[in-house]
Structures are given as C-alpha cells and as structure tokens.
Design a protein around this ligand. Structure first.
Ligand code: MN
Length: 258
C-alpha cells in the first residue's frame, strides 16, 4: 500500500511526523505538504503564480518528502499529478492541531487538502485533534493507521472521504467511535480593529459558539468523549432551500430576457 500524507500545518508540524511514523509500519509513505502553516486556507489553489517544490530530508527516515510553496490543496494536486509516479492508495491529511468540526470543514486546509484526493478518486482521511501537545497525538496516529488498514482491506474504492476528529482525552476515557454528521456553525467571526500609528488594521476573531450541539453531530460526539467520523462528500452544501427556487429562476430569466 502507498499512502500520501499531507497537512495544512506545514512540513515541520509534529502531528505530521507522528502520523508518518505510525503509517510507515503498514505502508510506503510519501509526504507532500505546504512549506509553512496554512491553517484556514480551505480548498484554495494557486493559479496565478508558479509553484516551487523542495525535496526535503524527512524527520522519519527513508520517507520521500516534499515541501511545496503553496496551499495544502496545491500539495496534493502536485503530488498526485506530478511528483509521485506510483499509484497512491490512500491520502491522509493531518494530524491537524485543532479540531475540524461542523461548518469549519469549509475553511479547513486539512480537509481542503484531503478533498483533492477524493476528487481524484483516491480514498481519503482528514484527521484532527483538539490538543496536539500531548500523548493524545498517539491515539490519533494509531487510529489513522488502523483506519488506513481497514479501508485498504475493503473492496470499496474511491468515494471515501472521512473527517476524523478525536477528543483531547486519554485513551481510557474515550468512549467509542461515532459516525456523525456536521454540526453546522461552530464559531462566530467578528472583526477587531486597531491602529498601528499609520493605518487601521483588522483582525478576524473567532469565538467559539457556546451552545449544545444536536445529537448525532460531530461536535456533540467529541464533547461527549467520542471519536467522531463524518463521511463527507462534495454535495455537503446541499441543504433544502426555503426559497421556491424553480419559480424564482423562471421569473428572473423572464425579467432578464423579456
Ligand atoms: Mn491546521
């Protein structure tokens, strides 16, 4: 089995190398990540400038590793489209420092990188943990490896895009794994304004929403001490609209072209 490992925390992130070390026990691993942290870059791709790639010395021996001057998504596109000639069986993105739950998957670079695997028909896992500065990282790396093995043993191909989040808990306190759906809004984005003596500047500030997440959602699962696995797909924005869209479209077109 060949696994492409990527992330949005950059080539030096501890979560990356802990994951690589563990996956190495079951597969050949190739690493391609941004050269620096790109958290929150979502699905962005670089189309207006060239991409430079550096082959880097891996922190886990004998792992072919590339750092890309681009976004997480760029890294996966480059790896699958150019850098790697062998067939990749699985893309694993992570282990992200910080949870990726609810609507946050839309801005997550971890998920954005994983998406590129999925779009190319490669089974994909995005793995995140709330607190990475701990032994909890071991749980995440081991779980990713177990899932990778289980996925490779199934006959399912492609069409696997799983968002995995672990609670920041010792293994003994983790209650189980729940299959969940996305919880919706997780944060309130506000804008702080300051002045640097010359000009105004702004910080986008994210405040965690303090409210109970509905049952069966990813946030609820993690809050209750479970590991959450949410199957994602590219129709994740499909929600039933309250607008009578068909008739609205008809009227709009009639107005556009009387
Ligand atoms: Mn990140």
């Amino acid at each position: 089995m060949e696994i492409l490992v990527t992330n949005d925390d950059g080539i030096f992130a501890p979560g990356l190398w802990r994951l690589v070390k563990e996956l190495r026990t079951i597969a050949r691993v190739i690493v391609a990540t941004p050269d620096r942290e790109q958290s929150g870059s979502g699905t962005a791709v670089t189309l207006r400038q060239p991409l430079r790639v550096q082959k880097v010395r891996p922190l886990v021996p004998e792992v072919e590793s590339y750092s890309v001057e681009g976004t997480p998504a760029d890294s996966v596109i480059l790896a699958l489209g150019k850098l790697v000639s062998s067939k990749i069986d699985l893309v694993v993105s992570g282990i992200n420092s910080g949870a990726n739950l609810g609507d946050d998957v839309l801005i997550s670079g971890t998920v954005g990188a994983a998406l590129q695997g999925y779009l190319r028909g490669v089974p994909t896992l995005a793995v995140s943990i709330g607190n990475i500065d701990s032994d909890y990282l071991d749980n995440a790396a081991r779980l990713a490896t177990i899932l990778a093995k289980k996925i490779s043993e199934t006959t399912l191909t492609g069409n696997i895009f799983l968002n995995v989040n672990l609670p920041s808990l010792p293994l003994a306190e983790i209650k189980g794994i729940q299959v969940t759906r996305l919880a919706g809004q997780t944060h309130l984005d506000t804008v702080d304004e300051g002045h640097d003596g010359r000009k105004a500047y702004y910080w986008l500030v994210r405040e965690k929403l303090d409210r109970d997440a509905p049952l069966e959602t990813d946030i609820n699962a993690v809050e209750q001490g479970h590991i959450s696995i949410t199957p994602l797909h590219t129709e994740l924005l499909r929600r039933s609209s309250s607008l009578p869209l068909e008739s609205l479209c008809e009227k709009a077109f009639r107005e556009l072209k009387p």
